[in-house]
Design a protein around this ligand. Structure first.
Ligand SMILES: [Mg+2]
Length: 193
């Protein structure tokens, strides 16, 4: 027997919006056009939807997830840490057909397909389809910034809440969902577990 580690069987899924691509600045900018002043932490998806009505949100989403995505920066540390994910990494995102080209453009221009092959990137039509896709792929771990998505995933999966702004305490986090404050924190906990 050699002393090599057994093959890593981790299958780690990642959300895209708010985990890999950072819409903070764009959300602040677009909300300001409607007279709503937001602090960066209020752009967190779990809080944003408490502050912005569905009717106000629709036209905002149109630009944020459409053309604006292409100029959105990466979440701090995301690009640097993607290659450090143990096992196989996947991206599973809920993006309407109309908003998928901007996501693919962003992933291409940031070299993500060089780290996560395009065949492992799934853009689902809506959140329900996204959850189904994550389950179908048999992922062992999933990282998302939206608590509702993680709550819909099976408890056998290791579920990680990307919590850049530290809002987890305000969300009544169910047991089995682990908050991580940064990409470095995520990789550290993922590789320890
Ligand atoms: Mg997200």
């Amino acid at each position: 027997m050699d002393n090599q580690s057994p093959p890593n069987t981790r299958r780690v899924g990642l959300d895209f919006d708010g985990v890999i691509v950072d819409h903070t600045g764009h959300k602040i900018e677009v909300a300001a056009r409607s007279g709503l002043r937001l602090e960066p932490r209020q752009t967190n998806t779990n809080l944003f939807h408490q502050l912005v009505s569905v009717d106000d949100y629709r036209p905002m989403a149109q630009v944020i997830y459409g053309e604006m995505t292409e100029t959105a920066p990466a979440v701090s540390g995301a690009i640097e840490h993607l290659p450090l994910i143990p096992g196989a990494a996947f991206i599973v995102s809920a993006r309407r057909a109309l908003w998928q080209p901007s996501a693919r453009h962003w992933l291409t221009s940031h070299g993500v397909f060089g780290v996560i092959p395009e065949a492992r990137v799934f853009l689902a039509a809506d959140e329900r389809a996204k959850v189904q896709q994550v389950i179908q792929l048999g992922l062992t771990d999933f990282l998302d910034d939206k608590l509702d998505i993680l709550c819909d995933l099976p408890p056998t999966m290791r579920r990680w809440l990307f919590d850049e702004y530290g809002v987890a305490d305000e969300l009544n986090l169910p047991s089995g969902i682990t908050p991580v404050r940064s990409w470095a924190d995520f990789i550290r906990q993922l590789t320890q577990g």
